[in-house]
Design a protein around this ligand. Structure first.
Ligand code: ZN
Length: 78
């Protein structure tokens, strides 16, 4: 199983435009990120829980892929 939470996404600070990276988990939990450029606290405006929904649909797609592969028959080529 792929750990989506550990995946990192780059984003630009709205204050100083410095590029920071955030883990999906932090975005999902709406963590406050401290900008590495200007040290300001950046809070993700995810009122609609979009991150959570997106993570759920990725997980569902990964499960489907796994099931598809399991259902395939494998042939040995000599
Ligand atoms: Zn900044």
């Amino acid at each position: 199983m792929v750990n989506i939470d550990k995946h990192k996404v780059d984003f630009q600070c709205p204050n100083c435009n410095f590029y920071n990276s955030i883990q999906i988990k932090q975005a999902r939990l709406r963590d406050v990120v401290i900008c590495r450029g200007c040290k300001s606290n950046i809070r993700f405006d995810d009122q609609m829980n979009e991150t959570r929904k997106a993570v759920r649909s990725i997980k569902r797609a990964m499960n489907e892929l796994e099931e598809t592969l399991k259902g395939m028959s494998f042939k040995i080529r000599i």
